[in-house]
Design a protein around this ligand. Structure first.
Ligand SMILES: Cc1cc2nc3c(=O)[nH]c(=O)nc-3n(C[C@H](O)[C@H](O)[C@H](O)COP(=O)(O)O)c2cc1C
Length: 211
């Protein structure tokens, strides 16, 4: 079992441009623990992501236990970045929790009227949909926070690799998550111990039409 000692918070802070330019998938990490203040701050920054009606459907499960990471790795077909990283952030959407607690996301400035209005809006939009269908909408919101999370991590000097290569059912069972949740992805996070690959992307011209 790997044992870790606590590290000091990072003093690194990159601009948004630097964070985007220097983010790349990293699959080998320095064997030191994730600073817990940095981890909390990265999660807080990600939670500032926007969402339709401010629904904030995203939820995070942070795995730092070496034993649980081993099991998570098995659920991810043995991908080694999971146990190499000091922490893995599991990002998922819980649309049912969102609907059950919709008053929490109505802005306080809108008062009681805002809270009852929010419930009406959500019931009108999603009441007739089945759990899987509205779960898909919830996931589209959680994906925004997933993107914010990667850049927040990089902005604080950390590296990550987004992952969808895992068995969702196995991860739900391992973490005790409800059946209806949908995954944005797993995000191993830590300090890079490899260079990774430079960006290889379409040009703006290839992917854009200007009108
Ligand atoms: C949604 C998503 C799922 C991914 N799943 C995996 C994965 O399961 N395993 C892996 O090694 N990389 C995974 N990747 C990483 C991609 O291969 C990588 O982002 C892409 O090749 C671009 O490289 P870069 O991240 O270094 O810029 C995933 C990326 C995204 C965005």
């Amino acid at each position: 079992m790997t044992t870790f000692t606590e590290t000091r918070p990072t003093t690194d802070t990159l601009t948004i441009t630097e964070a985007i330019e220097t983010r790349r998938s990293i699959r080998k990490y320095v064997q030191e623990p994730m600073n817990q203040d940095d981890l909390h701050e990265i999660l807080r920054l990600a939670s500032l992501a926007p969402s339709a009606w401010n629904a904030q459907t995203w939820r995070f499960a942070v795995v730092q236990s070496p034993e649980i990471k081993e099991q998570l790795k098995a659920a991810a077909y043995g991908q080694g970045q999971i146990t190499s990283a000091p922490a893995v952030i599991v990002v998922y959407s819980d649309m049912e929790d969102t609907l059950n607690t919709v008053e929490e996301t109505a802005h306080p400035g809108m008062g009681e009227e805002g809270r009852t209005g929010a419930r009406k809006t959500f019931e009108g939009a999603f009441g007739a949909q089945d759990v899987a269908q509205r779960g898909q909408w919830g996931l589209s919101q959680a994906n925004i926070a997933f993107g914010f999370l990667m850049l927040a991590a990089r902005g604080k000097g950390y590296d990550t690799v987004p992952m969808l290569g895992f068995n969702p059912q196995a991860v739900k069972e391992l973490l005790g998550l409800p059946e209806h949740v949908q995954f944005a992805g797993l995000l191993p996070i830590g300090k890079r111990a490899e260079e990774g690959f430079p960006h290889h992307r379409h040009s703006v011209e290839r992917i854009t039409k200007f009108y």
